[in-house]
Design a protein around this ligand. Structure first.
Ligand code: ZN
Length: 201
């Protein structure tokens, strides 16, 4: 497994339609493994192949045990049904440090192929539904800034985002979450797990 470099807003691979995967060979299996390693290293809940410079229809998703038991690897995913709406702040590894509200469907069902070539259907609510919609958008060349529901906030954020991306590309700033950010994320996850135990009990 090896860590892949994340592409940032403005990189052409993020703004075009990704190609369907017709054959699952060693290259595709390696890509899935590398994408999972990269997603965890950046503390993301999902990653689409174009975000690591590969214009192919594959996404990996891990929204934590509240939403799913295992890490999903979805090939040629397609939303086949959706219900309701939700609004929440969204972020993206390709748009570092920017969190803005996006309206999404509250529930989606996604049809895809798994790594063994079997057809599967994944259903998700809340964060998982949001993540699936966000990652599938990436396969269609769409990034979440195009979906932000408060355009004036976006206008304020774009110059800061550009500065942040330039600093990362120059090597002045690490693209990885800081130790402080990681402990915040871990604390939030532990809190969620505690709430889950209450629900289960
Ligand atoms: Zn993204």
């Amino acid at each position: 497994m090896s860590l892949m470099k994340v592409k940032y807003l403005g990189s052409s691979v993020l703004h075009r339609q990704a190609k369907q995967i017709s054959v699952i060979n060693r290259e595709i299996i390696n890509l899935a493994e590398d994408m999972i390693e990269t997603m965890y290293k950046y503390c993301g809940v999902g990653l689409a192949a174009p975000q690591v410079g590969v214009s192919k229809q594959m996404i990996v998703v891990d929204c934590g045990e509240k939403y799913q038991k295992e890490t999903y690897i979805l090939i040629n995913p397609k939303i086949v049904s959706h219900k309701g709406t939700q609004i929440d702040d969204e972020g993206c590894l390709s748009l570092p440090g920017m969190y803005l509200p996006v309206v999404r469907a509250d529930y989606v069902a996604v049809e895809a192929m798994d790594l063994s070539g079997k057809k599967i259907v994944i259903e998700g609510n809340k964060l998982l539904a949001r993540c699936l919609q966000h990652e599938i958008d990436h396969l269609n060349g769409k990034t979440f800034d195009e979906m932000v529901s408060e355009p004036e906030k976006l206008m304020q954020e774009i110059p800061l985002l550009k500065e942040r991306i330039e600093a990362i590309l120059r090597g002045d700033v690490s693209p990885f979450p800081t130790d402080e950010e990681i402990s915040e994320l871990e604390a939030a996850e532990a809190e969620e797990a505690k709430n889950m135990e209450k629900v289960r009990a």
